[in-house]
Design a protein around this ligand. Structure first.
Ligand SMILES: Cc1ncc(COP(=O)(O)O)c(C=O)c1O
Length: 384
């Protein structure tokens, strides 16, 4: 069952005539400021948790540490359900309301679960979430809290995806990343608009993007193409994807120069990116190659170091997917593949508080003391 076209079409000539950067600038700071470029027929169907227009933060400390000049972090950890997935979920659940569907849901590695459940709660729609086994407990809780029915499938994300598809067909539910996928992918392209708008409608040289299914990278490619078409910016951005080495089908295909070979059993602590058979992988690979970007695959140790580096230098606590992107930034700065004069944007797509488990035992122990000044000084070794 598919509720709409394979790719959403817009009347760009009409948009170019009516929509200006000045008009956008006067609107509220969330992703609905780009409503003409989103696939809703009627604004009254918007399910509004006000996602998007997250900060683009200049990362001077991180840049200095890596010997680079201009790094920006697109901080999507501060979205309503604490990941970028609020963008695609917002558009897809709104579209489900427009289609008058009786229920929504998703197959998820964790973040889409929370985003879909939160939007379903706001839309007062029943919500069914299909997840693989062994997701982080805190992440599961952060979907359950919204009242969704979670279904833990005995298998991988691909198994969860398959069974969600069967349920969607039988019960006519709107599964946001399956039969509502054309609308879902539209939500994430707002990241491209925002980055450009926040840079004064200019473009960075590169964007580093964590990849699971590859859909996020493809959406950013589409968003950049559209603002070029509308004449708001001019130029190309190198799209660079990153996956954990334990589940890196897109990055491995990039390395080998061949096609994507699905990973049967993902083996990485980065559960949110553990998609063995990436639905948008081939398309993502094509855009990486066409734009002159790269794909990279750090290991789990580098991912943890990436999370810690980001937190220590810039005060942002990202989940492992953010660690993946930062690890790639570091690796490519060290190899010289990212030039010193480049402006690089790194997408920080999920909040570390959703997966605290991965960092347990990573830091020096807290000191224990009585509430006495001399004791504190002694424990901190501050005495002469
Ligand atoms: C935090 C985070 N970043 C990035 C991604 C990758 O998105 P995509 O599957 O669209 O490639 C995911 C996917 O679940 C995610 O949860």
């Amino acid at each position: 069952m598919c509720f709409g076209p394979i790719d959403v079409q817009y009347d760009y000539a009409a948009i170019k005539r009516d929509l200006t950067k000045e008009k956008i600038a006067r609107r509220k700071p969330n992703l609905w400021r780009y409503i003409e470029l989103l696939p809703l027929d009627d604004k009254k169907n918007i399910v509004d948790l006000q996602p998007g227009f997250t900060p683009l933060k200049k990362a001077g400390n991180l840049a200095r540490e890596l010997g680079l000049k201009v790094i920006y972090l697109k901080d999507d950890t501060v979205n309503p359900s604490y990941s970028f997935k609020d963008r695609p979920a917002a558009v897809a659940v709104s579209k489900a309301r427009e289609f008058n569907l009786s229920a929504v849901g998703c197959a998820s590695t964790g973040n889409l679960a929370g985003a879909t459940a939160a939007h379903a709660a706001k839309a007062a729609l029943p919500c069914y979430i299909f997840i693989p086994k062994d997701l982080e407990e805190s992440k599961v809780l952060s979907s359950e809290v919204y009242g969704a029915q979670l279904v833990e499938v005995d298998g991988t994300y691909d198994d969860a995806n398959r069974v969600a598809n069967l349920m969607a067909n039988k019960y006519k539910w709107g599964i946001v990343n399956i039969n509502l996928r054309p609308y879902y992918t539209e939500g994430s392209k707002t990241l491209a608009y925002e980055i450009s708008e926040q840079l004064g409608w200019s473009l960075p040289d590169r964007i580093i993007i964590p990849m699971g299914s590859g859909a996020l990278l493809c959406s950013i490619h589409k968003g950049l193409g559209e603002i070029n078409l509308l004449g708001w910016v001019k130029g190309k951005v190198k799209l660079c994807g990153s996956q954990p080495i334990g589940c890196a089908p897109i990055a491995k295909a990039y390395e080998s120069g061949g096609d994507i070979i699905p990973v049967e059993t993902p083996a990485s602590l980065v559960r949110s990116l553990a998609i063995g058979d990436p639905a948008s992988g081939a398309e993502a690979l094509k855009y990486i190659r066409e734009t002159g970007g790269f794909a990279d695959a750090p290991d789990d140790k580098e991912v943890i170091e990436g999370q810690k580096l980001l937190a220590r230098t810039e005060g942002i606590f990202a989940e492992p997917a953010g660690g993946v992107a930062i690890a790639t930034l570091k690796r490519k700065a060290e190899s010289g593949e990212i030039g010193n004069g480049e402006t690089v944007v790194v997408l920080i797509t999920g909040n570390g508080l959703k997966t605290p488990e991965v960092l347990y035992g990573q830091f020096r122990k807290k000191v224990r003391t009585r509430a006495v000044l001399e004791d504190v000084e002694k424990k901190l070794k501050l005495q002469d």
